[in-house]
Design a protein around this ligand. Sequence first.
Ligand SMILES: [Fe+2]
Length: 196
Amino acid sequence: MACVQIPDEKCQIREPAEIRAFLKKYGIVFEQWDVEGRIGPDATNEEILDAYAPEIERLKAAHGFVTADVINVNPETPGLDQMLAKFDKEHLHTEDEVRFTVKGSGVFHINPESDTVFSITVESGDLISVPKGTHHWFNLCTDKTIRCIRLFEDMSGWTPHYMEDPAHENYAPLCMGPSYLNGDQGGPDVEEIVKF
Ligand SMILES: [Fe+2]
């Protein structure tokens, strides 16, 4: 279940419809896909793409994406720290960044430039599409695990273009965990994010 945070305003948005409306103001698409029982815990990349083919084909038709693949990141991934270091600094792409989270979690920070920085924690079932040209950065949570479907027109569009005066150093990345969202006893389950 996703959660939007606006650090400068100490505001959190947890309701999916409100998240969708908030993100829409910045051109960001947010959807929640049904994940219950669709893939097994050891599903291959091909099985994941097959399971979510209806949603993938819908997005391809609507937005002109050409193909989809699956990225699988975990603590054993070779070169993980170097890979993540490319994306935890404020940057933009010349292509939309479209990610459906199958497993694990992560945090996108968005810097709309004309408005305050906010973040969105994505977890299993969350689809986010960050429009090309949008300033953003990404961190994993402490389990360093995320498995995502990526959609794209041209993979060269993923090259990060970095900012001269980046904002990411001013924002402490936090993952908003499920028990926080559910309002459980014992205070917020705010998980400090891994810094690379
Ligand atoms: Fe990015």
